[in-house]
Design a protein around this ligand. Structure first.
Ligand SMILES: [Zn+2]
Length: 274
């Protein structure tokens, strides 16, 4: 099949296996996050819908060109709006699916807009079967956000992680729980897979899971050391990014992450029990 895949100005489409594609956001486009397009055989699934309808529309068009159909199932990985504002492109044609916790986050975030939240929800684990392959949706709670759903394709050794993983860029830790995110990354690391697609940044490998775990540990240790030394926030604000992470994009998140972890240390019980 010879279809021109790179017709969108918002993302580049990368084939990971026959029928499995990652749409990797371009810096200058309106996609903002990465998404996945997977043909299960008789059933096409999209994992996340970008931040804008125009990017989502391009992916729907590519799905029709490649597979002859609009995706039947759309998965919303978590409630951050750069991952689901393209939902409206699929409303009325696709079933929109998320964990029940993500559904609540999206529904609460959007009371006054005409918006298409998920219409099917699940807890913990859901499997979707086509006549060609099966995918597993697995929900991790209190990791990057209150609920992060990954999409695992066991037979192909591919995992779409959304924002549990950032590759080559600082993650945003401020809505999650650092230990929970590390636990989720370790669990994904145990899976039989070699290709890991992040929510932001290029397609990654197992090494990138370890880098993310290290980054979170580094941020937590930095904050804990300052507190133990009796230092204040002013000293923290002077800290530079560790050389191991200095080449990463989104450098502005580093100080945000330290601030978040600092505040968490001082009011640990008031968080994340929604
Ligand atoms: Zn996010």
């Amino acid at each position: 099949m010879k279809t021109d895949l790179n017709t969108s100005k918002h993302f580049t489409l990368q084939m990971l296996a026959d029928g499995i594609y990652a749409a990797i956001s371009m810096d200058e486009g309106a996609a903002i996050c990465n998404t996945g397009l997977i043909d299960l055989g008789g059933l096409v699934v999209i994992y996340d819908t970008f931040q804008t309808p125009q990017a989502a529309r391009d992916l729907a068009e590519i799905s029709r060109n490649l597979f002859g159909q609009t995706p039947l199932v759309v998965v919303n990985s978590h409630w951050h709006n750069d991952h689901y504002w393209g939902n409206q492109v699929f409303a009325g044609q696709s079933q929109i699916l998320s964990s029940d916790k993500t559904y609540r986050g999206i529904a609460e975030a959007m009371p006054e807009f005409s918006f298409y939240p998920p219409n099917i929800t699940f807890k913990q684990h859901l499997m979707l079967h086509g006549n060609r392959r099966t995918v597993e949706l697995i929900d991790y709670q209190n990791g990057h956000s209150a609920s992060d759903t990954i999409l695992y394709i066991p037979n192909d050794g591919i995992v779409f992680l959304s924002d549990l993983l950032f590759v080559g860029c600082h993650p945003y830790l401020g809505d999650g729980h650092p230990q929970g995110q590390q636990d989720a990354l370790r669990a994904v690391g145990q899976m039989d897979a070699e290709v890991f697609i992040p929510g932001h940044g290029p397609v990654g490998a197992r090494q990138d899971l370890l880098m993310m775990i290290d980054y979170i540990s580094h941020c937590c240790e930095t904050v804990n050391n300052l507190i133990q030394q009796g230092k204040g926030k002013a000293e923290m604000e002077c800290l530079e990014v560790d050389p191991a992470f200095r080449d990463w994009k989104f450098g502005f998140f580093f100080q945000d992450n330290l601030q978040f972890l600092w505040d968490m240390q001082n009011q640990p019980e008031s968080r994340l029990d929604e």
